[in-house]
Design a protein around this ligand. Structure first.
Ligand SMILES: [Zn+2]
Length: 68
């Protein structure tokens, strides 16, 4: 399988790096709000940047709030 977020070869839907970032986001915004997002694919590129240290989880959450 490939990671849904970054496309790297992985055994599950997300690779460890992306999963870690996503879990952090979900923890901060809350599961309810996370589940209310129809299509979260627009934040995938930001997650990739966060795994590289170019963005923080807070940057992503701020960007999500703009989308609301
Ligand atoms: Zn990934």
């Amino acid at each position: 399988m490939q990671c849904t977020v970054c496309g790297v070869e992985t055994e599950s839907k997300y690779c460890k790096d992306c999963e870690m970032i996503m879990e952090e986001i979900i923890q901060k915004v809350g599961e309810k709000r996370w589940n209310a997002i129809d299509d979260c694919s627009y934040i995938y590129p930001m997650i990739v940047r966060a795994t590289k240290g170019e963005l923080t989880v807070n940057d992503i959450i701020n960007a999500m709030e703009v989308e609301d």
